[in-house]
Design a protein around this ligand. Structure first.
Ligand SMILES: NC(=O)c1ccc[n+]([C@@H]2O[C@H](COP(=O)([O-])OP(=O)(O)OC[C@H]3O[C@@H](n4cnc5c(N)ncnc54)[C@H](OP(=O)(O)O)[C@@H]3O)[C@@H](O)[C@H]2O)c1
Length: 344
């Protein structure tokens, strides 16, 4: 039921008390964890399935090893790819092992560090990523190289939304090299990835055509993008908007947009899709995504742009961790403008 937490979860009771307890023990003080164990809340699923397999459970709080930090998560965005993995639709490519956690994006505060950690210290405000499907939780262990400082002026929600969408957008724009004088068409232009793609392409001096539903047109216009409605007749509308000259195409939606780009006369090496790998392979288009830019250096660059107000990270909605099912229900409607964020 929408709005109903999966667990009767008040939050706040977690391994943080253990971290403090260990510090206080060092200082000669004593404190007992409320549960007498080292538990935290985390999103888990025990089988492939729909939204109902998602649960918020008590699991063991991870311990940072060498070169790792324990981060208390303040915000962690959700992704369409996570829904695909949870449904088993990506089993061949990215199988799950059960029970599975979830989540790559994260922003939070470092509360403990392992030995030989570099570049981060307890108390640091950071954003970053994990490839261990683990950030939809109160705490997550992250390699020090996968973290970057949260710049002043960047909201927690934006910080926790930047990794997957940001690095994917960065790579997709890099792939097609938009330049002044070019016209670039972007499908899914107001979505999590697309909303960043269009802004990065405009920054490169290109004319950007954004395919989106009408309610998103005002936002696109406000970012210097020419909005065009998708659906029946879209090729003709693009030709009208561009005079028939399209140099590059960034597809963030799939479902025929790579073919449309070819039909519009775009050279294959200037077509990039984050979704339709099969058609891309057929026509020789590019498939740069998160994997091509997955590093804290790119993330830090995007974070500084966003903190300076030069890159907007639209936040569609935030949910407490306990409402993870509601968050995915909204995401899976497929019309999110920007990012949906969990706040553990
Ligand atoms: N390869 C990678 O590394 C990588 C990384 C991240 C994401 N992805 C993939 O990239 C895709 C986009 O991710 P996302 O996070 O941006 O998704 P999202 O936030 O859910 O955005 C979906 C967007 O799709 C648009 N849309 C819905 N129906 C459409 C149609 N028929 N034609 C054109 N646009 C339509 C919606 O626009 P309106 O609201 O205007 O209808 C919405 O803005 C997903 O398939 C995801 O799995 C790949």
């Amino acid at each position: 039921m929408p709005g109903t937490p999966i667990l009767g979860y008040a939050g706040g009771i977690s391994c943080i008390s253990d971290v403090f307890a260990s510090r206080q023990a060092v200082q000669g003080l004593s404190q007992t964890n409320k549960r007498g164990d080292h538990l935290m809340k985390a999103v888990q699923f025990h089988d492939y399935g729909g939204i109902d397999v998602l649960r918020v459970e008590e699991v063991e709080c991870p311990v940072p090893g060498p070169g790792q930090a324990l981060v208390e998560v303040r915000s962690a965005a959700i992704q369409p790819g996570e829904a695909m993995i949870r449904k088993g639709a990506r089993h061949d490519r990215w199988p799950a092992t059960f029970p599975s956690g979830q989540g790559s994006d994260l922003a939070g505060v470092v509360v403990e560090v392992g030995p030989q950690v570099r570049g981060v210290a307890v108390g640091d405000e950071v954003l970053g990523f994990t490839h261990n499907r683990a950030s939809h939780a109160e705490f997550v262990v992250v390699d020090d190289v996968d973290l970057t400082s949260r710049p002043e002026g960047l909201s927690w929600d934006a910080a926790g939304s930047l990794y997957v969408a940001g690095t994917t957008a960065y790579a997709a724009v890099f792939a097609v090299e938009p330049a002044p004088g070019d016209t670039v068409v972007v499908s899914g232009a107001a979505g999590g990835v697309g909303s960043l793609v269009v802004q990065l392409a405009v920054r490169r001096g290109a004319t950007v055509i954004g395919l989106a539903s009408e309610p998103n047109h005002a936002w696109l216009k406000g970012r210097g993008v020419v909005p065009v409605e998708y659906g029946e007749g879209v090729a003709e509308r693009i030709r009208q908007a561009t005079g028939g000259n399209v140099e590059a195409f960034i597809d963030t939606f799939g479902d025929g947009y790579v073919e449309l780009a070819v039909e519009l006369g775009v050279r294959p090496e200037r077509i990039n899709t984050t979704r339709d790998w099969r058609t891309a392979a057929k026509v020789g288009a590019r498939t740069y995504g998160e994997g091509a830019a997955a590093c804290a250096v790119v993330l830090g660059e995007l974070a500084r742009l966003a903190a300076r107000g030069e890159l907007e990270v639209p936040i569609a909605r935030t949910y407490p961790l306990g409402q993870v099912r509601d968050a995915f229900r909204e995401l899976e409607h497929g019309h999110t403008h920007g990012k949906i964020v969990l706040r553990p």
